[in-house]
Design a protein around this ligand. Sequence first.
Ligand SMILES: [Zn+2]
Length: 275
Amino acid sequence: MIHSIISFQDRPTCASHQNGRTLLTSMAKACPAFICRHPGWVLALGLAVSLTSVAQRASGPEASSSESDTPIPLGVLQAPVAVIAPRAASAQNFALTFDDGPHPVHTPALLDWLKQNRIRATFFVLGQNAERYPDLVKRMVQEGHEVGNHSWSHPNLRVMSPKKMLAEVRRAHDLITRITGRAPVLFRPPYGALSASQRRLIEKEFRYQVVLWTVDTQDWKLRNATQVAAVLESGTRGGSIVLAHDIHDRILPALEQMLPAWRLRHLNPMPLSAP
Ligand SMILES: [Zn+2]
């Protein structure tokens, strides 16, 4: 699992990562981290601690060139609000998260399936896609899903100046707020790449909780839904945060394959934060 998490940057097939192709080398050592203070997510936090220690060891000169660029230390994020819903505290609950959408074809199909199975999820949308498909973002909220910010255009924020980085985040933040009528409270940086100082700045400006993941479905890389389902099968447990993308056709059949097994194991997908 650790390997799958720290290798997430290598995703050349992801359409929304097209600008990231040239960034892959410099980003390859970027270290993911996520914080979740709610006791129900202790497992996820524990996994992330393990992940970060490994990622720190794997960090190259780019990632450790200054203190502000060191990986985000886990356990120090002071969440401004308790965004993890009490209902998600159960050890049997986990979060399905979908990045990079909305997509005009795959997102509606996924929303249909989620609705049909009474599953709520978290969508980390890109501002530029939300601008093109605002009705899909509205639909997400109307159907009980959570919408988080994934930046406007999916850049590597880690190499941007504070001003440009904030502009990227704010543009998406303002649009999501306009479309949904509520300000997002969750942020997932593209590629999971964010320095500690950047994270502090984003938290201060937007009162976000930064969320990464514990299970990477690799749906951007694996060509076949059965392979994606196998990753889900072996990786998902109570407290997991599953990273998937609603811009690919593989995730939905993988979820369809997986759902009976999750039900059998009494694992319940939940939004990361929900009323
Ligand atoms: Zn992304």
